[in-house]
Design a protein around this ligand. Structure first.
Ligand SMILES: *[C@@H]1O[C@H](CO)[C@@H](O)[C@H](O)[C@H]1NC(C)=O
Ligand SMILES: *[C@@H]1O[C@H](CO)[C@@H](O)[C@H](O)[C@H]1NC(C)=O
Length: 366
């Protein structure tokens, strides 16, 4: 009896050793200011930053943490609800291999786009190609830490989020100051974005991405900045049409990639319709204001960013927009819930698909 037990134990331990390092399922996030959790804080010359109050006022200790909103991003909320750790910013000086193995990495950068040339006037930002290049560096680090085979497994089991595109319109095509504005028309510009995204997503697949979600665009013609630029204060329909055509083209692209690429579950989801409905009927969703920023500089509009001297709306949970560009925490929660529905989520541990409440523990914002 004893001997059998010992033998079993040996076999068990032996198998354990062969199995080697047990990797966690973590997220790799690629995005713009809607998903940035602090990368731009470390781009000292970037004009796209959220380093000043009142950014972050409803997150952890309330100090600015690099998020371009008062609270959580959409990716924060989706990750929490699917039981995944929140990945730290790639440029965070405390990032190490161990941190990456436990939490993943977030490469998102305010001002970044699918196109390299997008957001040029922010001077510093990480575009999607740059973010993928940095991810390549992370892969090398992890390989040298845990070996090629385990690293391959780790990167194949990871969850990937790609959420860019609005800057390619708002801070490139629609500005009229970059060559993309006159080289392309609405249709050919969307095609150009899709060709670029296609090769970027294929690169990620070659690097191991198997489970990947692309977040689509909302009605970006209704962000306060776009309204203030129209004479009537209404949403810019041309801009909204571009978002719709981006979303349609991306749906087709992702369906095709998902069926072509080996073992890939690449999905696209957008919250356009629900956000559009919130903007038209804010009361229906418990909001009071859906056309102006909660943080603003009185009548001086557009205020390009929220500043310490700005005034805040009384109840932040009743505003759809936090600043001229970005939704509030409450609006992000609504968007996240819609995306979870669209993606038909399973929790990372595969136990159930009912979103669980966010962890009680507040994430630190360093
Ligand atoms: C975009 O930038 C990356 C480097 O970040 C570079 O490797 C690539 O060639 C550039 N692509 C184009 C089309 O300019
Ligand atoms: C796809 O999955 C199968 C079964 O797990 C595996 O043998 C194969 O190597 C995978 N192919 C790629 C390209 O990941």
């Amino acid at each position: 009896m004893k001997l059998i037990f010992k033998l079993l134990l040996l076999i068990f331990l032996g198998l354990g050793a062969i199995d080697g390092y047990h990797c966690k399922v973590v997220q790799f996030i690629f995005g713009d200011s809607l998903s940035d959790v602090g990368n731009n804080r470390y781009l000292s010359r970037s004009l796209a930053n959220a380093n000043l109050p009142w950014y972050g006022i409803d997150f952890a200790n309330g100090l600015p943490n690099g998020r371009f909103t008062n609270g959580r991003t959409v990716a924060d909320i989706i990750g929490d609800k699917t039981g995944l750790p929140r990945p730290p910013a790639f440029l965070d000086p405390s990032l190490s291999e161990d941190v990456i193995l436990e939490n993943g990495v977030n490469f998102a950068s305010g001002g970044g786009g699918i196109l390299n040339e997008t957001g040029g006037y922010f001077i510093q930002r990480l575009s999607l190609y740059k973010q993928i290049e940095l991810f390549q560096g992370v892969q090398e680090l992890i390989k040298s830490k845990i070996g090629n085979q385990e690293a391959e497994k780790f990167f194949q089991e990871g969850r990937y989020v790609v959420a860019l595109g609005s800057n390619d319109f708002i801070n490139n095509y629609l500005t009229g100051v970059y060559s993309d504005s006159w080289k392309y028309n609405d249709q050919s510009f969307v095609d150009y974005l899709m060709e670029t995204l296609d090769s970027q997503l294929k690169m990620l697949h070659r690097m191991g991405a198997r489970q990947l979600m692309v977040f689509g665009l909302g009605p970006m013609g209704c962000i306060p900045l776009q309204r203030v630029l129209s004479t009537t204060g209404d949403c810019q329909q041309k801009t909204n049409k571009l978002a719709i055509s981006f979303n349609q083209a991306a749906t087709t692209l992702l369906n095709s990639l998902s069926s072509k690429l080996a073992n890939a579950s690449f999905k696209f989801g957008d919250a356009y319709d629900v956000v559009n409905d919130v903007i038209t009927n804010p009361e229906k969703y418990g909001f009071k204001n859906s056309d102006s920023p909660c943080c603003s500089f009185g009548r001086i509009r557009p205020a390009l960013t929220c500043l310490p001297a700005s005034t805040l709306c009384k109840d932040r949970s009743k505003y759809v927009f936090w600043d001229e560009y970005h939704p509030t925490d409450s609006a992000n929660e609504l968007i996240a819930n819609e995306l979870i529905k669209k993606f038909g989520f399973l929790r990372a541990d595969g136990t159930n698909n009912a979103p669980s409440p966010a962890p009680a523990e507040e994430p630190s914002s360093d």
